[in-house]
Design a protein around this ligand. Structure first.
Ligand SMILES: [Zn+2]
Length: 387
């Protein structure tokens, strides 16, 4: 590495020669013998900027409660919305920073983070501002996505069309004016936002330069989400538990990435997406935690890799590609991160594992030993290094 960039990658003798030629420069050697060097992991789908927590829902679900029961008991997205609206920017920043610490400890050096717990202009902009500001103080890079269409806020009394109009006419201009968000995402789902409403929001987002992403075909079996992602040329379609084979075929044609979230299926005790069929159809698959307080409270992307193999039939090599180079494509950063190549940013993890199969099979423990972000070791021997 030179500065924050990978300068050279190659076999031992060539590396030796490379070092010899630079003897006059100060060189620091990190001994990685016995370890697995991987690109810093990238989590391309999180809702990590939120206030509060909702673990009481876990007990309710274990007793058999459905999502609608939880909503009626005052839980669900709208509870997090209430707490996120009430939190000051400082409180939101502090709570999110803890999650970023946990991501980093697990070898994750970049995450995407969606708004969508504000559901009004001020609170949505606050979430995006917090995501953006954390880049100044925390080693994990946070890529903000605007997701005002995550749920319909209670003040609209179920008038989804009116809220969609508000998103298009008022929220999107404000988000564009703030200039932080890179992507626009919609929870396209039966009883949430229809295909037509999702299309309108994402097309309006495009006009403001926000690249489309889509929560697609997660719950309802009526489908159409994958097809819409392809039609819009979305960067990614996420979840896809019930995507049709025609939709997957069209995603392959348009180069839409499938972001799969087996941790969410595991936590909700559901059958996960059919990763094997999606990969076999020629769609690149990325993996993500979906980190959020209700359906996937975790920052462990390595555990998601294990689940991808155990529950979706992916190979360890596919799981690692899905959390590195494919995930980099899913956040529009494949030219800068996601692989160990000269010229790319020096985001590197040394796992205490002799090979990829060991890393992915040794499940639910943290094997990240050294984490290097932009050429600087920020974790060594599992211990955070402060400047
Ligand atoms: Zn999500």
């Amino acid at each position: 590495m030179e500065g924050d960039v990978i300068a050279f990658v190659g076999p031992d003798e060539e590396a030796q020669r490379y070092v010899e030629q630079r003897r006059q420069q100060p060189i620091q050697i990190i001994d990685a013998r016995g370890k697995l060097a991987a690109p810093g992991l990238i989590d391309p789908h999180t809702h990590a900027v939120y206030a509060g927590h909702r673990e009481f829902e876990f007990s309710m679900r274990l007793r058999g409660a459905a999502y609608m029961d939880i909503l009626r008991a005052g839980g669900g997205i709208l509870q997090t919305t209430q707490q996120t609206r009430l939190a000051t920017e400082e409180e939101l920043r502090e709570q999110t920073e803890k999650r970023l610490d946990r991501f980093l400890a697990h070898g994750v050096t970049t995450i995407e983070a969606k708004s969508g717990y504000g559901l009004n202009i001020d609170a949505e902009l606050k979430q995006l501002a917090v995501a953006h500001a954390l880049n100044e103080t925390h080693p994990v890079e946070v890529i903000p996505t605007f997701m005002g269409a995550h749920a319909v806020p209670p003040e609209y009394g179920g008038d989804t069309d009116a809220y969609v109009q508000h998103i298009i006419e008022e929220m999107l201009p404000a988000v564009s004016n703030q200039g932080i968000a890179e992507f626009c995402d919609v929870f396209c789902e039966e009883h949430v936002f229809t295909l037509e409403q999702s299309r309108r929001i994402l097309e309006a987002g495009k006009r403001y330069g926000l690249k489309p992403k889509l929560h697609a075909d997660e719950i309802a079996v009526t489908g159409g989400g994958a097809e819409l992602a392809a039609e819009l040329g979305a960067v990614s379609a996420d979840h896809l538990l019930n995507a049709s084979s025609e939709g997957i075929r069209r995603m392959a044609e348009r180069g839409v990435i499938a972001v799969l979230l087996p941790g969410t299926a595991f936590f909700l005790m559901k059958r996960p997406a059919d990763a094997r069929a999606i990969i076999d159809a020629g769609v690149p698959v990325a993996l993500a935690t979906d980190c959020n307080p209700g359906s996937s409270p975790t920052e462990s992307l390595p555990f998601v890799m294990s689940l991808a193999c155990l529950t979706m039939g992916m190979t360890p090599a596919e799981a690692i590609a899905a959390c590195t180079i494919n995930a980099a494509h899913a956040v529009g950063r494949a030219n800068r991160i996601g692989s160990l190549e000269a010229g790319k940013r020096a985001d590197i993890v040394l796992f205490d594992a002799p090979n990829p199969e060991y890393l992915v099979s040794h499940y639910a423990v943290n094997l990240a030993d050294t984490v290097i972000k932009k050429g600087r070791p920020v974790i060594r021997g599992g211990v955070r290094q402060r400047r």
